[in-house]
Design a binder for this molecule. Structure first.
Ligand code: 6R9
Length: 649
C-alpha cells in the first residue's frame, strides 16, 4: 500500500519530549532498549522477577513448536497470590486496591487485605459449587468490585474465566458459553447505566436455554431489582460467598496453565476464543504497566476508564495494576451520568495521577466542549494513556492540552486482545511523542512494517504491521481451534505474526497505525486509509467524530462515504457544512480523498472498546440491512442512523 497511500498524517510535525521531572524519576530509561536488544530473553527473564514464583522457571522461552509458544518453562505460580496475597504479606494490606464509584453515587473502598479475604471467600464458594482446576467459568457482570473478585477467584483455582461484556446480548453470551464449554456462570441482577438499573440476569436465563451444561449461576445483588430465579441452579452471592472462610491456600500452577479466554469478534464468522496462560501473561502485563505508566505504587492513583469485559480491563484494570500493587479507581457507569463532568469530578475527588482511556471517549469529550473539564481541578494528573484505535492528532492535542494542562505526556499504546500486553508505545521518561504515532516497539518487543511479500519497508513507506519475535503475553492458541490460530496469525507471512493492521514508518522509523487492513479503501486505484480521512475530518473545528467507509461504486471501484458527529457549537449541519467538510478533506489530503457523501449523525456504531463498526456503516452506505450487530455496545444506534438517513434523503 506504500507509494499510493496519501500521507496526511505524516505532515504532523509536533513533538513533545518527556517533562524533565518525570524523566529524572522514571522507572524505565533508554538503557532498557539497549539491554533488550542485546539479550531479549535475558531481558524477559529479568522482567519475570517482578512476579513471585512458587517454583522458578528453567527456560525463558521454548519456541521449538512455533507458533505454539511456552514461556517460563517449568515455572509455577498463582496469579491471584501475585495480585493480592503477596501485598498483604509484605505489610500493604491497608493500601487501597480500588476506589470504586457506583454510577448512582454510592462508593466503596477496597483494601488489599479486604480484596484477599473476598477472593478467598469466592474461591471457597466456587469449590463448594464443585468447580475444579481447568473448569471454565463465564463472568457476565457490571463494573463492580465483585467482578474483579470473581476473576481472581477463578485464577486462584486455575479455572479459566471468560468475561463477557455486560452490554452483549443473550445470543453473544450463549455462543461464548457453548464454545468455551462453560459450566458455571457468575452474574448480577443488573448494573447502573445512564441513570437507570439495567438488568443482566434475564439475558443469562435466555442464554442458558441453549446451554444445558451450565449447572450453577452465582448472582450478585447490585441493583435489587426483581430477578427471575431458577431454583436449584441459581444461588445468591451473598448467601453462598459471605458465609465462606476468608482463608484459602493458593495452589501453584504451571506457567502455561490457562488463565482466561477472551472472545474477540473477527470481521466475519464466529468469535475467536483467545487463550492467555498464566506466567507469560502476568509478566507481560506487569512489566508493561509498570514501564508505560511509570507506576509508583506508594503514590499513584491510577484509572483505566474502560470496561473489564474488554482486554484492556483484564490487563490494565485487573492483572497488571494489582500485580504491581497499584491503587486504582473503578467506575461503574457512563461519563455523562448524572452530568458531563462526571469523570473530571472523579479525578478531582480521588486526585488521580494517571488516566487511560480510548480515543472515541476523548472525541466525545471534545464534542461536549473544554468548558466541562475546566470546572474541575485536574492538576493531580501526571500521565495520560490512549488505547483502542489510532488517536487522531487533533484528539491527542486536545487530550494533552485540555485534560493534561499542556504539560502531560500521552502514551498512545498499540496492542490487541491477542498480544495481551502493550506492544508499541512511547515510554514516558524516554520518548519525545508525536501526536498520532504509537512510536516504536517497547523494549523486548519486535515489530516491523512489511510489504505484500513480507519484506521490511524502508522508512517513509507503509504496509502491514507484523511482530517478528514471540513475546511473553502472546495468545497461545484459539480455544479449541489450533488450525485457525495458525491460519489467522502466522500464515500470511511465514514466521511473522500478522496483526491485521496497516501501518507506516516515518522518516525516523517511528510507527503510525492506519487502522485494520479491511478498512483500507481502493478508490480509482488509490489505496486510502479510513484513519487518514477520519483524521482530516476531525481536524476541522466543527467535527467531533468521523467514520469513513468505502462503498462499492461502479466507476471508481469504491467511493468514500463519511459519517460525522458535529461538535456542540457547530449547529445541526445542513448543506453548507457538508460542502465545507468535503472541501476541507480535499485540501488536507487531496481531491481523490473527497468523500462522495457526508451524513451528519448523532451517534456512531461502536463496540465495547469504542471501535467504530465500519462494517455496519458499509451496509448502510450500500443500502443493505445491517448485518450481525451483537457486539455493539449500544444496539439502538443503528436505528438512529437509519432514521437520520430517511430524513436526509
Ligand atoms: C487493546 C485493544 C485490537 C485492535 C488493533 C488495532 C486497534 C488498539 C491502538 C489501535 C491504533 C492504538 N488498536 N490500540 N490502533 N493505535 N493505540 O484494543 O484490543 O479490542 O483486540 O483491538 O485495535 O486495530 O489491531 P482489541
Amino acid at each position: 500500500m506504500s507509494e499510493e497511500t496519501l500521507s496526511n498524517l505524516l505532515h504532523e510535525g509536533r513533538r513533545f519530549p518527556p517533562p524533565a521531572e518525570l524523566a529524572e524519576h522514571a522507572n524505565v530509561t533508554a538503557e532498557a532498549y539497549a539491554r533488550a536488544e542485546a539479550d531479549r530473553l535475558g531481558f524477559w527473564a529479568d522482567a519475570a522477577q517482578r512476579i513471585t514464583w512458587a517454583e522458578p522457571f528453567t527456560q525463558v522461552l521454548d519456541w521449538s513448536d512455533a507458533p505454539f509458544a511456552q514461556w517460563y518453562v517449568g515455572g509455577k505460580l498463582n496469579a491471584a497470590y501475585n495480585c493480592v496475597d503477596r501485598h498483604v504479606e509484605s505489610g500493604h494490606g491497608d493500601q487501597v486496591a480500588f476506589y470504586w464509584e457506583g454510577e448512582p453515587g454510592d462508593t466503596r473502598t477496597v483494601t488489599y487485605a479486604q480484596l484477599k479475604d473476598d477472593v478467598c471467600r469466592a474461591a471457597n464458594a466456587l469449590v463448594e459449587l464443585g468447580v475444579k482446576t481447568g473448569d471454565r467459568i463465564a463472568i457476565y457482570m457490571p463494573m463492580i468490585p465483585e467482578t474483579v473478585v470473581a476473576m481472581l477467584a477463578c485464577a486462584r483455582l486455575g479455572a479459566p474465566h471468560t468475561v463477557v461484556f455486560g452490554g452483549f446480548s443473550a445470543k453473544a453470551l450463549s455462543d461464548r458459553i457453548l464454545d468455551c464449554g462453560v459450566e458455571v456462570v457468575i452474574t448480577a441482577d443488573g448494573g447502573y447505566r445512564r441513570g437507570a438499573a439495567a438488568a443482566l440476569k434475564p439475558a443469562v436465563d435466555e442464554a442458558l436455554e441453549s446451554c444445558p451444561a451450565v449447572r450453577s449461576v452465582l448472582v450478585v445483588r447490585r441493583t435489587g431489582q426483581d430477578t427471575p430465579w431458577t431454583a436449584g441452579r441459581d444461588v445468591w452471592w451473598h448467601d453462598l460467598v459471605d458465609r465462606q472462610s476468608p482463608d484459602h491456600t493458593p495452589e501453584a500452577f504451571d506457567a502455561e496453565h490457562p488463565l482466561y479466554v477472551m472472545y474477540s469478534s473477527g470481521t466475519t464468522g464466529k468469535p475467536k476464543g483467545i487463550l492467555h496462560t498464566t506466567g507469560g501473561y502476568l509478566v507481560g502485563v506487569t512489566w508493561t504497566h509498570w514501564a508505560v505508566f511509570d507506576i509508583k505504587p506508594d503514590t499513584d492513583v491510577y484509572w483505566t476508564a474502560a470496561d473489564i469485559g474488554w482486554v484492556t480491563g483484564h490487563s490494565y484494570i485487573v492483572y497488571g495494576p494489582l500485580a504491581n500493587r497499584t491503587t486504582s479507581i473503578m467506575y461503574e457507569g457512563t461519563p455523562d451520568t448524572p452530568h458531563k463532568g462526571r469523570w473530571w469530578e472523579i479525578i478531582q475527588k480521588y486526585k488521580a495521577t494517571i488516566l487511560y482511556t480510548a480515543p472515541t471517549t476523548i472525541r466525545t469529550f471534545m464534542k461536549w466542549g473544554a468548558d466541562v473539564p475546566a470546572e474541575f481541578d485536574l492538576t493531580s494528573l501526571r500521565l495520560l494513556g490512549s488505547v483502542g484505535e489510532p488517536i487522531n492528532p487533533e484528539a491527542y492535542i486536545w487530550y494533552r492540552d485540555t485534560i493534561g494542562g499542556g504539560r502531560i505526556p500521552v502514551m498512545d499504546t498499540w496492542w490487541q486482545t491477542e498480544t495481551g500486553m502493550h506492544m508499541i508505545s512511547p515510554l514516558p521518561g524516554v520518548t519525545a511523542g508525536k501526536p498520532g504515532s504509537a512510536m516504536r516497539a517497547l523494549p523486548g518487543v519486535s515489530a516491523d512494517v512489511v510489504d505484500d511479500a513480507g519484506h521490511s519497508v524502508p522508512n517513509g513507506a507503509g504496509g502491514y504491521l507484523v511482530l517478528t519475535e514471540p513475546w511473553p503475553a502472546m495468545l497461545r492458541t484459539l480455544w479449541g481451534d489450533p488450525d485457525r490460530y495458525r491460519d489467522t496469525y502466522w500464515s500470511r507471512f511465514p514466521g511473522l505474526y500478522f496483526a491485521g493492521d496497516g501501518a507506516k514508518k516515518d522518516e525516523d522509523g517511528d510507527i503510525w497505525l492506519l487502522g485494520r487492513i479491511d478498512d483500507v479503501m481502493n478508490v480509482s486505484g488509490h489505496r486510502l486509509s479510513t484513519t487518514e480521512i477520519e483524521s482530516a475530518l476531525v481536524s476541522h473545528p466543527k467535527v467531533a467524530e468521523a467514520a469513513v467507509v468505502g462503498a462499492t461504486d461502479p466507476t471508481t471501484g469504491q467511493a468514500i462515504e463519511a459519517f460525522v458527529i458535529l461538535r456542540g457549537s457547530a449547529g445541526d449541519g445542513g448543506a453548507d457544512v457538508v460542502k465545507e467538510l468535503r472541501d476541507h478533506v480535499a485540501k488536507e489530503i487531496g481531491p481523490i480523498a473527497k468523500p462522495r457523501s457526508i451524513l451528519v449523525v448523532a451517534e456512531l456504531p461502536k463496540t465495547r472498546s469504542g471501535k467504530i463498526m465500519r462494517r455496519l456503516l458499509r451496509d448502510v452506505a450500500e443500502h443493505r440491512p445491517p448485518g450481525d450487530a451483537t457486539t455493539l455496545a449500544d444496539s439502538s444506534v443503528m436505528d438512529l442512523i437509519a432514521e437520520g438517513l430517511a430524513t436526509s434523503t
